[in-house]
Design a protein around this ligand. Structure first.
Ligand SMILES: C[S@@+](CC[C@H](N)C(=O)[O-])C[C@H]1O[C@@H](n2cnc3c(N)ncnc32)[C@H](O)[C@@H]1O
Length: 211
């Protein structure tokens, strides 16, 4: 159930591209409770505005699910810009494709299926924005593998870095996801090649700029 704050933020996220409401409903139908993985309107609005501010030529998304955040991020691409979307699970392929087509982004979003840890080392492009939103147990690997692909002055955005508040518990749980998110947040904090801050939006978004 949403908190009153969630509802208020949701109510003030403004009008979003209609395809996103359609995609959220279809995701709920197809993926049931997994649909909560999708970014949703509040983070979605942030991703749209952030991308428009940066006006990226190229975006890398790690963890695409049904394509909601990819469609948001692609809104800010330069006219000839491209988003490379990495996703290991092909189960929702037709929904992703349908959403991207309805959003008019077929020529701008390239889908790559496979394990991001294997796909990233094969990439020869440079990115203005890398969005990390895949397996929480692998965040450090994604960051380290993708780091050299980020242009100086470019951004890495990492979602869920507050991990439902578990990272600030006095004794954080020992499960692999919480422990990796804690490791990731410490690693970024101590990385002198970047500056960053955690935006307490939804489940926490680390906004990291490569110096
Ligand atoms: C939280 S969901 C992504 C949500 C999506 N960014 C959005 O906001 O709509 C995480 C996705 O990462 C994918 N994933 C997990 N591990 C992966 C890996 N090693 N490589 C590629 N994708 C992975 C999962 O299959 C899942 O679809």
């Amino acid at each position: 159930m949403n908190s009153p704050l969630d509802n208020y933020l949701y109510d003030h996220a403004g009008e979003l591209p209609q395809v996103l409401e359609w995609l959220e409903n279809e995701t709920l139908k197809q993926a049931g409770h997994h649909s909560k993985m999708l970014a949703g309107p509040v983070l979605g609005r942030f991703l749209i505005e952030f991308s428009k501010l940066v006006a990226p030529a190229r975006i890398l998304e790690i963890g695409t699910f049904t394509g909601y955040s990819a469609i948001c991020l692609a809104q800010g691409l330069k006219s000839d810009g491209v988003l490379d979307a990495l996703e290991k699970d092909e189960r929702h392929l037709s929904l992703i494709k349908d959403g991207i087509e309805r959003a008019g982004l077929t020529s701008k979003i390239n889908l790559h299926f496979g394990d991001a840890k294997e796909l990233i080392p094969q990439i020869k492009e440079e990115y203005d924005i890398v969005f990390i939103d895949a397996n929480k147990r692998e965040y450090c690997s994604y960051y380290n593998l993708a780091f050299n692909l980020v242009k100086p002055g470019g951004y890495i955005l990492a979602d869920n870095v507050l991990w439902y508040g578990k990272v600030i518990e006095e004794t954080p749980p020992k499960d692999a996801q919480t422990q990796e998110i804690l490791r990731f947040n410490e690693m970024v904090k101590n990385d002198r090649r970047v500056s960053g801050f955690i935006l307490p939006l939804r489940d926490g978004l680390y906004v990291i700029r490569k110096l």
